[in-house]
Design a protein around this ligand. Structure first.
Ligand code: F6P
Length: 503
């Protein structure tokens, strides 16, 4: 839906509201570069999805201030206004400052060494540690305290209109904040609060091994609404509630009543700002980047005929090793592609303090080097890695130049790279190869779907997508574009906020 239509619809259906979004990761961090301060945008799916909503509704975003210059760039209460080129588009970040110990135990520890592997089930064992859970709980309490403060500030600063003071809507994001709603409800049981869980929810057998399972469920069931990307994750959650709690689970309307409080569970697939991406991909800026790359590619320095690319956060759930194995097999089976095919892996380093991530980065490097050594000739090699963050326009330029974009997570809540690529590929030159285990595969059925664990079939699918008939590509891409257009980021936000308002 058009963003102006979204804004009016929110006003019409929800009235005058203050939207407070809460996440661990802040959308924009401020970092010192020498003595200067530089703003750095987060690359995660959460920011891609939520920032346009916040700009349109002029909301407040409560998040952990991770940047070295975050304190220096905010006011004394940790607030900073983020503006945009468009008139009337802005939002505020209210930063929470955490100690290194808190980050170690809450973020690297409980969130990313327990909940992340537990929910993704990609055969990396969670590392349970009860004191890290205590830190996680304390940080959730801290987030709740800052949200309360924010509610008071907004109450005092919002002008009294004929319609009264605006209502507050608290929208929590992701697995870092499973206990936050509990503390908010203790402060005021009437606060409307919902959470969107951006990662998969595991089946009851997997969830049952978690020592803190009841506390996590108790925290989550303090929300009025819980959103997951796909129905399967909602069903897993309902089954977990049946297994683990004396809760009343109503399968007809997807609700759970626990300790007298009813929570609605809802599938709500996140999306992207389709129109914005389409326009940006067509912009002069992107055209210029394409020409620059065609004149002199600074990243792939040798010639090629076929280009496949991937853009991933460097995470063991993203199936990067499996993709490299499939490319190895492709070059083994189709020797005519040697000297012609290049796979460009863009990666943004992530959670690098954790051993599982360090090992994973080493594995990517050694496998890439092995493949390059095996097939490389003096003036050509097949795998190119670029592990620094680039701006969106540069990624869009490469999407437009690519014959293939490969998105191959072993398990993913949604995966917005897939939707970003489809939205920005109006010229329909390329094709999407997409893992069946990404939430996006439930909607983008016209991509070439793969099981990344099956190397032989994965490599055959890459070949099939590369040489797919042009008309077939166009037909499939147009179908997928329509699907995203019909459920873009504004539809997603409206569906969630409307449902939260109704519970
Ligand atoms: O995909 C789950 C998620 O939490 C996203 O919501 C977020 O964008 C991404 O992981 C990034 O993770 P981190 O904040 O740890 O860098």
């Amino acid at each position: 839906m058009e963003k102006s239509y979204f804004k009016n619809l929110i006003k019409e259906k929800l009235g005058n509201v203050n939207l407070i979004v809460v996440s661990n990761r802040e959308p924009v961090a401020h970092e010192y570069v020498g003595k200067k301060i530089k703003s750095v945008k987060s690359v995660g799916g959460l920011t891609i999805g939520i920032e346009p909503i916040m700009k349109t509704l002029n909301g407040t975003w409560v998040a952990y201030g991770s940047g070295s210059a975050d304190k220096a760039s905010s006011d004394s209460s940790g607030r900073i206004k983020i503006t945009s080129e468009e008139e009337n588009e802005y939002y505020a970040i209210k930063r929470i400052f955490l100690s290194k110990q808190e980050i170690n135990d809450y973020y690297y520890g409980y969130a990313n060494s327990v909940l992340w592997p537990l929910c993704h089930i990609v055969y990396v064992k969670p590392v349970f540690n009860s004191y890290q859970f205590l830190a996680y709980d304390e940080v959730n309490k801290k987030f709740a305290a800052v949200i309360k403060e924010e509610i008071e500030t907004l109450k005092n600063n919002s002008p009294e209109t004929g319609e009264g003071k605006p209502e507050n809507i608290i929208w929590l994001q992701d697995y870092h904040l499973a206990r936050c709603a509990k503390y908010l409800k203790e402060y005021d049981s009437k606060i409307k609060v919902g959470i969107f869980w951006h990662i998969p929810w595991p089946n009851p057998e997997v969830f049952s091994i978690c020592p803190e399972k009841e506390a996590l469920l108790e925290g989550l069931l303090s929300n009025d609404l819980i959103g997951f990307h796909i129905s399967y994750h909602c069903q897993n959650f309902l089954r977990v509630c049946e297994w683990e709690l004396e809760a009343q689970v109503n399968w007809a309307d997807y609700t759970v009543t626990y300790k007298g409080h009813k929570t609605k569970i809802m599938p709500c697939p996140i999306s992207v700002d389709f129109q914005y991406l389409q326009h940006l991909a067509d912009s002069e800026k992107v055209e210029n980047i394409i020409s620059d790359i065609q004149n002199k590619d600074e990243i792939i320095e040798h010639p090629y005929e076929y280009l496949a690319i991937s853009v991933d956060r460097l995470d063991y759930t993203k199936g990067i090793i499996e993709k490299l194995k499939a490319i190895d097999r492709l070059l083994e089976n189709y020797s005519e592609l040697r000297g012609k095919f290049v796979f460009l892996q863009f990666g943004v380093p992530s959670r690098v303090h954790l051993d599982a991530y360090k090992r994973f980065n080493d594995d990517i490097n050694s496998l890439s080097e092995e493949i390059n050594w095996k097939y490389g000739t003096g003036d050509w090699y097949p795998v190119v890695r670029y592990f620094k963050q680039l701006d969106l326009e540069t990624y869009l330029a490469y999407y437009r130049l690519a014959d293939l974009v490969i998105v191959s997570p072993l398990h993913d809540g949604m995966n917005l790279v897939a939707k970003e690529y489809i939205s920005s590929s109006a010229n329909c030159r390329g094709m999407l190869v997409l893992s069946r285990f990404a939430g996006a595969a439930k909607e983008l059925l016209d991509a070439v779907l793969v099981n990344p664990f099956n190397t032989e079939c994965f490599s055959e699918s890459i070949y099939k997508a590369l040489f797919m008939d042009r008309d077939e590509k166009v037909r499939r891409m147009e179908k997928m574009q329509n699907i995203i257009k019909e459920n873009d980021i504004y539809d997603w936000a409206y569906n969630f906020l409307f449902a939260l308002n109704m519970v």
